[in-house]
Design a protein around this ligand. Structure first.
Ligand code: ATP
Length: 326
């Protein structure tokens, strides 16, 4: 067992439901193994600013069911620069922290990797992001809650679409990843899915509207927010209105509701298992890896590999979506 006495714990990047359950699991596991935990508020920004505080068993009572993160989160431009990381290292030394657990997404792990390489501080990452875009885990903490929030919202939109015979273009989160879009598209019986960054564009949708079943009473198209030329539900809505003026087309952006809310059972269990795994991995000497679950087994993946986006969408899944909504 490595000599680790004090673990620094922080959340970073976009918040995700289940982060609190992961925080609780880390604290309780560390205390079980007689290791102290120092909370760091607001991710790398708080690390640089010395926003550290001791966390005990009671500090995580009654947080499992809460969305967001009690440790707060932030994006830090300073930490991207070597001087920022040096300042963070000075604080780590000052507070006698000898290892870190980072809960966040790919950017957080890029930072963690740089920090580990430059200063030799062991860091274990927990995948906390609604995007489900990390290699090295079947699911990220927060994804299951987010997709359930989306399907609840889309079911409601379907009610009004059906009543008015409308077509709704619904934009969901996932800037570089269509993971939220394809799964929720299948689960809501969407007539179309558009994932600009995976080159699943509007052509298919146009073809469907031109040649598909004409007597549909409502249509839902799920669009992943993207950065490509065709991206953005409003732009797609504009194109659909121009080409199909007879359709009553509306646009709905689900936005930040996808980040909030009480985590689902799946996210809580994932967070508990990974929180325990992260602490025990540090004690066993792991130092630059993300903990994940693949095929129901806990696995550790070096940060450089974990950050390679796991955003490929199996064409057969898209075929299923299409076939079932004909
Ligand atoms: P989400 O997937 O929810 O957006 P994320 O962890 O990817 O979460 P980012 O904002 O990309 O969120 O990254 C979080 C923070 O990690 C950044 O604000 C920055 O401080 C740090 N970071 C990102 N990339 C690097 C890098 N290449 N080097 C050093 N630090 C980085």
């Amino acid at each position: 067992m490595a000599q680790i006495k004090n673990i620094g714990l922080f959340t970073s990047g976009g918040d995700a439901p289940g982060m609190n359950a992961a925080i609780r699991a880390v604290i309780r596991t560390a205390l079980f193994h007689d290791v102290e935990v120092t909370g760091i508020r607001r991710g790398y920004e708080g690390m640089i600013n010395g926003d550290f505080f001791p966390m005990g068993r009671r500090s995580v009572s009654n947080i499992m069911q809460r969305g967001g993160t009690i440790l707060k989160t932030a994006r830090s431009a300073q930490f991207r620069r070597p001087e920022g990381r040096q300042a963070a290292y000075e604080q780590i030394k000052k507070f006698n922290v000898d290892a870190l657990i980072a809960i966040g997404g790919d950017g957080t792990f890029r930072g963690a990797n740089a920090f580990n390489e430059e200063f030799g501080i062991p860091v274990i990452g927990l995948p906390g992001t609604i995007d489900n875009d990390l290699a090295g885990t079947d699911f990220t903490i927060g994804y299951d809650t987010a997709i359930n929030t989306v399907i609840n919202a889309v079911d409601k939109i379907r009610d009004t679409a059906e009543s008015h015979d409308r077509l709704f273009i619904v934009e969901v989160m996932g800037r570089d990843s269509g993971m939220i879009a394809w799964r929720t598209g299948m689960a809501t019986g969407a007539e179309g899915i558009i994932i600009p960054d995976a080159n699943i564009g509007v052509d298919k949708l146009f073809d469907r509207l031109e040649n598909g079943r004409k007597n549909k009473t409502s249509r839902i198209v799920i669009v992943a927010e993207g950065e490509g030329e065709e991206s953005g539900a409003f732009e797609i809505g504009r194109q659909v209105k121009e080409k199909f003026p007879h359709l009553d087309t509306r646009v709905s952006i689900l936005g930040h509701i996808q980040r909030g809310g009480s985590p689902t059972c799946m996210d809580r269990v994932l967070a508990c298992r990974l929180g325990v795994a992260a602490v025990e991995a540090l004690l066993e000497g792991y130092k630059g890896d993300m903990a994940g679950i693949i095929n129901n087994q806990v696995v550790f993946t070096p940060f450089e590999q974990a950050i390679k986006h796991n955003s490929e969408i199996n064409p057969n899944l898209l075929r299923i979506v299409e076939m079932l909504s004909l």
